[in-house]
Design a protein around this ligand. Structure first.
Ligand SMILES: C[S@@+](CC[C@H](N)C(=O)[O-])C[C@H]1O[C@@H](n2cnc3c(N)ncnc32)[C@H](O)[C@@H]1O
Length: 355
């Protein structure tokens, strides 16, 4: 495999855009931005009452199913159209995704190189399989460092998410070896250590959804809180119990509570949730792979008429629905795909009212 040198300046070019009504534009743009789908090399175009928002995918089918579902929730008749666009002079250069598409088409097709990546503060985590030659992997890392704005370190995923703490092994490909970074989403900030704790920027939209549901009288139990993104998103509640078994996560959670000035509301607890006695009317169960093992614990914690936000992995909603129906009197009040998990599986959330 060889890396061909690619042109770094682009002039007028056909670019795939989402065509949406102007009044939906900002919400659609935010979803695209959060999911690394917004093509920042081009300016948004306005025509009549429509906005054309440039995206990075070159074909509608490349867009992740969960992103598409979220876009369609904002505007169901979304259209994808290629139009001629002039590059934005400030950022008129090839983006990392375009670089991958030009140089690694075959590897992308066979899954050895993945187009999507995570940006957490000034850290980027990309997905390249072990089968890719080490020197090529390092070159890709160096390109990510060059082409993704404000990045200091580029890692690649070295393992699945592992163990009780749900942490993945990483390998530094380019930039400096540092794992602590600050991440911003939905108006709050979080310290994250990508080597010691679980964190996914792809849940930002989901946290916004929960944020909008929280009521001032709510008592929240965030059963698997990590560094606290869901707990902090629930900042309008009366009280939030934030529990995690990973001591490093709880140390960062404490810093994040202070950073967001929420000491009067969030109670950090470093413990196994099964040994923790708290109660609330809104329970967050963000441990998708193993949440089914903690349903009895959640049912002990939830108050009558309370809501459980249940995250799970699978191919459809049925397993989760049957599990809850077999254990309690309940109603599914909302359900949606949160993100893809594997080629066939998704992470789902079900909002379940417990009577
Ligand atoms: C998928 S992560 C979610 C973290 C956080 N909610 C977020 O969105 O970033 C699951 C978390 O559950 C914690 N955990 C696993 N088993 C636990 C248990 N028995 N009691 C409390 N926390 C647990 C892990 O340490 C991990 O931080």
């Amino acid at each position: 495999m060889t890396i061909t040198e690619v042109e770094t300046t682009i002039t007028a070019k056909k670019v795939l855009c989402c065509k949406v009504p102007t009044n939906k534009g900002e919400r659609i743009r935010k979803i695209l931005l959060d999911n690394n789908e917004l093509n920042k090399n081009y300016k948004l175009k306005k025509e009549d009452n429509y906005l054309f928002i440039p995206i990075i995918s070159t074909d509608e089918t490349e867009i992740d199913k969960s992103i598409m579902e979220n876009l369609k929730k904002i505007y169901n008749n979304i259209e994808f159209i290629e139009i001629n666009m002039l590059g934005n002079p400030k950022t008129n250069k090839l983006n990392f995704r375009e670089y991958l598409l030009k140089n690694f088409k075959k590897e992308i097709e066979n899954g050895a190189v993945v187009l999507s990546y995570d940006i957490i503060g000034d850290i980027v985590i990309i997905q390249i399989s072990d089968n890719i030659d080490e020197n090529i992997a390092k070159k890709i890392g160096a390109k990510a460092l060059e082409l993704i704005p404000s990045v200091k370190s580029v890692y690649r995923r070295k393992s699945e998410i592992l163990g009780e703490f749900r942490v993945r092994e990483l390998e530094l490909l380019a930039g400096e070896y540092k794992t602590l970074t600050m991440y911003k989403e939905n108006g709050y900030r979080l310290w994250v250590d990508v080597e010691k704790v679980y964190f996914s920027p792809r849940l930002g939209w989901e946290r916004k959804r929960i944020m909008e549901k929280v009521k001032p009288e709510d008592i929240v139990v965030d059963m698997f809180c990590g560094v606290g993104p869901f707990s902090i998103a629930c900042k309008n509640a009366k009280k939030i119990y934030a529990i995690d078994i990973n001591p490093d996560a709880v140390e960062l959670l404490k810093k994040n509570i202070k950073l967001n000035k929420l000491q009067h509301k969030i109670i950090p607890i470093n413990n196994d949730i099964r040994k923790t006695e708290v109660k609330g009317n809104r329970i967050i169960m963000n441990l998708p792979k193993f949440a089914h093992l903690f349903v009895d614990t959640a049912l002990k914690m939830v108050e009558k008429n309370g809501i459980i936000h249940y995250y799970t992995v699978g191919t459809d909603y049925n397993e989760a629905i049957n599990l809850f129906k077999s254990k309690c009197n309940c109603e599914i009040v909302e359900k949606r795909i949160v993100k893809s998990y594997s080629p066939r599986e998704h992470i789902f959330v079900l909002d379940i009212k417990i009577y």
